[in-house]
Design a protein around this ligand. Structure first.
Ligand code: NAD
Ligand code: UGA
Length: 459
């Protein structure tokens, strides 16, 4: 039987799990069910070995689990019970048919709509939590309206802005919560119900309500603009390497203009993560669909610049190691797409490793949280020599070079004197995240290459 105070989230991934754990924690009078078709994931959510690594997440889950937070594979019963259904399934880039490589693959999304129709006995609010193309809510509404039970479904958009590694802090204290609804009486009433949930802990002025299309588009634009800042600074890092300007100095001085601000201006080997590329390509696809080729090209360049930066990094490694890495041991420090997560989706480390494997390097990878994912990501490199290490010192032993590909804090704290003593000489460090003290490393004997900076070499 449906209960007004039961919330369901379909999809127990990086978004569904943490988001619902926080809602359950903040709203003990609601029952929150998280349902997924993946039994392994659901089982892991029931243990202390959660399926995703996210600082602070386990504490939140433990406070609510079994009290008002439940994980299940029984999606259908949960649909019947919940009055509000968040849909947080994956929406990857399409790999087939029309729009392949750009448009969103909405098959998982549509499947949930059909499940909702089939297993509902009462009217419900359906909330898009996944990132979706503009006007998806319209398609969703149409599918839901096609039910022959006389049921009414109100579709809202409530995109998620959390970043991995800081998900709990982002959910606890968001910059804003956005809820979009159809501008009808029933749309507004549904919107109010979702706003009420967030208003338990988010200040009212941070809860923005818009029409549903603005909400869907805002999510794509937010990610596009964040990624654009990184591509902008990375493009200038290439320029710095030609001119002896220093990207850290340029970036800092530029960011002190309060109109520009300091965030997302760290030059790097490139941005990764499951969403930036996917969401920009989706925006590009939509611009093309609406016959706006200039707008599409403008945003596509953000992705192209990122690919250029990844390629440029790998090429710089090979070129500076006397144009060959064949048979040389290269230690890769960091495989996750950013620090404080085990997630490796679209990680620049994948591309860089593939290229080095093509050049026949022997690769040793260390990452504090992402080794299992790295093994899966690189499983296709069957003829490459890849060692997966539990210890960075072991990875660096006998290596000709170390590549820093994730900004894990611990990488700054290693004993590089000890590491240097066990490496092959001349020893190189390529810091793809600009986190190390280049001068100190140089003085230890390393040849140091950072992004957008003049190399410090003894050669
Ligand atoms: P994910 O792949 O980690 O999780 C999605 C889950 O949905 C999977 O566990 C999958 O088994 C499940 N699923 C798929 N079809 C299902 C169905 N029919 N019934 C039940 N479960 C089903 O994805 P994610 O990273 O959590 O992303 C989800 C959405 O949120 C995407 O649209 C993404 O763009 C968006 N988003 C992600 C982040 C992030 O940091 N990862 C942040 C903001 C928004
Ligand atoms: C990003 C957004 O920040 C979130 O707001 C959004 O909800 C999410 O995408 C999503 O829709 O999935 P996330 O990808 O988890 O979050 O992590 P970010 O902190 O944005 O980092 C993305 C990539 O950019 C990482 O590879 C990171 O190392 C890189 N980055 C970030 C830089 O190279 N330089 C910077 O200055 C900042």
């Amino acid at each position: 039987m449906q209960s007004e105070k039961t919330i369901l989230c379909i999809g127990a991934g990086y978004v569904g799990g943490p988001t619902m754990a926080v809602i359950a924690d903040k709203c003990p009078d609601y029952k929150v069910i998280v349902a997924d078709i993946n039994p392994k994931r659901i089982e892991a959510w029931k243990t202390d070995d959660l399926p995703i690594y996210e600082p602070g997440l386990l504490d939140v889950v433990k406070r609510a689990r079994g009290r008002n937070l439940f994980f299940t594979t029984d999606v259908f019963s949960a649909i019947e019970e919940a009055a509000i259904i968040f849909v947080s399934v994956n929406t990857p880039t399409k790999t087939f048919g029309s729009g392949a490589g750009r448009a969103s693959d909405l098959q998982y999304w549509e499947k949930t709509a059909r499940d909702i129709i089939e297993h509902s006995k009462d009217n419900k609010i359906v909330v898009e939590k996944s990132t979706l193309p503009v006007r998806t809510a319209e398609a969703m509404s149409r599918i839901l309206r096609s039910n022959d039970k006389g049921l009414k479904f109100e579709v809202l958009s409530n995109p998620e802005f959390l970043a991995e590694g800081t998900a709990i802090a982002d959910l606890d204290n968001p910059d804003r919560v956005l809820v979009g609804a159809m501008q009808t009486e029933t749309g507004m009433a549904a919107l109010q119900k979702v706003v009420e949930i967030y208003a338990r802990w988010v200040p009212k002025e941070k809860i923005i309500t818009t029409n549903v299309w603005s909400s869907e588009l805002t999510k794509l634009v937010s990610n596009a603009m964040l990624a654009q800042r990184i591509s902008s600074v990375n493009s200038i890092s290439a320029f710095c390497e030609k001119t002896d300007a220093n990207i850290r100095e340029v970036s800092k001085a530029v960011s002190m203009d309060s109109r520009i601000g300091s965030k997302f201006l760290n030059a790097s080997v490139g941005f990764g993560g499951s969403c930036f590329k996917k969401d920009i390509l989706n925006l590009v696809y939509l611009c093309e669909h609406y016959n706006l080729p200039e707008v599409a090209q403008y945003w596509e360049q953000v992705v192209k610049m990122n690919e250029y930066q990844e390629r440029r990094f790998a090429k710089r490694v090979v070129e500076n190691m006397f144009n060959t890495v064949a048979g040389k041991k290269i230690a890769v420090f960091g495989f996750a797409f950013k620090a404080d997560t085990g997630d490796t989706r679209e990680s620049p480390a994948i591309y860089v490793t593939e290229l080095l494997a093509e050049e026949k390097a022997n690769i040793a990878i260390y990452d504090p949280k992402a080794i299992e994912n790295a093994k899966e990501d690189l499983a296709h490199l069957t003829s490459a020599t890849i060692e997966y290490c539990n210890d960075p010192y072991q990875a660096a032993e006998g290596a000709h070079a170390i590549l820093i590909l994730t900004e894990w804090k611990e990488f700054k704290e290693y004993d590089y004197k000890k590491i240097y003593s066990k490496m092959n000489k001349p020893a190189f460090i390529f810091d793809g995240r600009n986190i190390l003290n280049t001068k100190e490393l140089y003085e230890l004997g390393f040849n140091v290459f950072s992004i957008g900076q003049t190399p410090l070499t003894h050669l």
